[in-house]
Design a protein around this ligand. Structure first.
Ligand code: ASP
Length: 395
């Protein structure tokens, strides 16, 4: 049984689902090597798509007659991480070592978060621990490995939020904190503010003993090359054919995030990024903006976003998911799908979210062709997904 043909439109075209069902069923039964464990829901997912589903919404959005309601990607999830949305990795051309490195990075983050939970920590401890590991991994666009701005410098954004009391903290445009997520948590716990930016944020972190680094710490060859390609594309490139490829590459940014629920059913979410390659100095994306890149509210959702930050800010992406759940009664999967796949593309931006409900229902919809993510279930199963073929269609 071969893998499902790759289509960048899989998750953005629910009306195609019935006609693609036969293909989906075939592919859903394929276990892609490299995952630590099959999540065990491939077949149920395909079966769920065959059901008419419950009907919701007056405006033709997720769940309207004739379209299946998006179902959770997984259930009984306690922790999930993402490593950014962008162009899709292709199993045929991705070197196995690189694929393994992505899976290891996601799995290491999940393990760090699991340890925090196992040690009796809160969901906030778990998301902070998971994001810190991803910030330290040079493969991802956060902390070490952050992208370059247009001045060939690094400016990093991060935020964290606790669902129990809506406490939140964020840093934007930091240039010397080794782990911006620690800065975000510090703002939340040790200041009366929510968002500190630039030098003030760096100084606040340093004064409270956070590890600081010089700019060269964040450097990686891959991000440097991406900046050069972006500059070349900006100048018109060497040929028209190469420019779109270079731009697409620059947008595959590898922002990281985590969501968790703990034993008390308290939710938490965190996000960290270097932003977009070749961004204007001073530009702040959605990642440190509460309600855009990160949101957690008990009883609804913990969500972390990745993608075209400006659109996620304008669409109040993660807060809207929570609001759709709270005020419209949507489940986590239809709410996340409606925002990410239906609403935000209309504003002109692609990306994805990881979204976790207090009961463990989890979904990771994305309108971009790919999104690296993984999750850990209550019974300890750890799943990583780096290829679009590993995610069920329309969930
Ligand atoms: N959302 C991030 C930003 O706009 C980038 C990304 O997630 O790829 O800064």
């Amino acid at each position: 049984m071969g893998p499902r043909p790759r289509s960048p439109f899989r998750r953005a075209t629910p009306w195609l689902v019935p006609s693609l069902l036969a293909v989906s069923v075939a592919a859903a039964l394929t276990v892609v090597p490299g995952t630590e464990a099959d999540d065990g829901r491939s077949a149920p997912t395909a079966a769920a798509l065959a059901e008419p589903g419950e009907v919701r919404g007056k405006d033709g959005t997720a769940g309207s007659p004739g379209r299946p309601v998006p179902r959770p990607d997984a259930r009984d999830v306690v922790l999930a991480v993402h490593g950014g949305a962008g162009s899709a990795l292709d199993p045929a051309t991705t070197p196995p070592e690189r694929a393994q490195a992505y899976r290891d990075g996601l799995a290491n983050a999940l393990r760090a978060g699991k340890k925090a939970l196992d040690d009796g920590g809160t969901s906030l401890d778990a998301v902070a621990a998971a994001v810190r590991v991803l910030e330290d991994d040079p493969l991802f666009n956060a902390g070490k490995g952050a992208v370059f701005n247009a001045d060939a410098e690094h400016e990093l954004d991060a935020s964290i939020m606790r669902g129990a009391d809506l406490a939140a903290g964020a840093v934007a445009g930091v240039r010397s904190l080794r782990n911006p997520i620690d800065g975000a948590r510090l703002v939340m716990e040790k200041s009366k503010h929510v968002l500190l930016s630039g030098e003030g944020a760096d100084d606040f972190g340093a004064r409270h003993g956070l590890a600081t680094v010089t700019q060269d710490y964040y450097w990686t060859q891959a991000r440097w090359d991406a900046l050069l390609r972006a500059k070349e594309a900006e100048r018109g490139g060497t040929s028209a054919a190469r420019a779109p490829e270079a731009l697409a590459d620059a947008r595959s940014t590898g922002t990281v995030g985590a969501v968790a629920v703990d034993r008390r059913r308290d939710l938490a979410a965190a996000t960290s990024t270097g932003g977009l390659t070749n961004k204007l100095p001073g530009r702040v994306g959605d990642s440190p903006v509460i309600g855009a890149g990160t949101y957690a509210k008990n009883g609804t959702v913990a969500a972390s976003a990745t993608g075209a930050g400006e659109v996620f800010i304008r669409g109040a992406a993660t807060a809207t998911i929570a609001n759709l759940m709270e005020f419209k009664g949507l489940g986590v999967a239809p709410a996340a799908y409606e925002v990410v796949v239906e609403r935000l593309p209309r504003l002109g931006g692609q990306g994805g979210v990881i979204a976790l409900a207090p009961n463990g229902d989890f979904d990771a919809p994305h309108s971009s062709p790919g999104m690296l993510h993984g999750y850990l279930t209550r019974d300890g199963r750890l799943v990583t997904k780096i290829y679009p073929q590993e995610s069920p269609a329309n969930s």
